[in-house]
Design a protein around this ligand. Sequence first.
Ligand code: FES
Ligand code: FES
Length: 167
Amino acid sequence: MRARISVTVDGRTREVEVDTRTTLLDALREQLGVTSPKKGCDRGQCGSCTVLLNGRRATSCLALAVAHDGATIVTADGLADGDDLHPVQRAFLDHDGFQCGYCTPGQICSAVGMLDEVKAGAPSHVTAESAVEIVLTADEIRERMSGNLCRCGAYPNIVAAIQEVAR
Ligand code: FES
Ligand code: FES
């Protein structure tokens, strides 16, 4: 069976006809030409396909495209504002948070989603607008980012990058 869906990807609304068995990852990469989410395991184990799906991090290889008609999707490509990188992207560059780069778009989307989760769980006097320091230990970052694997072993630099942004 096939179905027509509409999704907003990195600020652009697109329509696409998908087989009802097509994953969101395949729809993005193979039908919409959005290639920053990477296919690693294709079974929810590596995190390289992570995107922000309606504001929350999600492994797009485990999502069926047809179930997300009307969704808003942000990939690592959509985080930057033109040439202005997102703070997490900037920190990954500053801290050499990658080697081959294959896992990096997923790591960055996951880190952005994770920091939002932490902020949402912060005490009530903390707002997105106030200048606050979110204290995240390296261990906590490792735990919260444990769904994103890096075969190059860039973990120490990834943790350092995220810790800098959290401050
Ligand atoms: Fe989706 Fe590995 S490709 S989790
Ligand atoms: Fe190569 Fe992470 S930088 S897999």
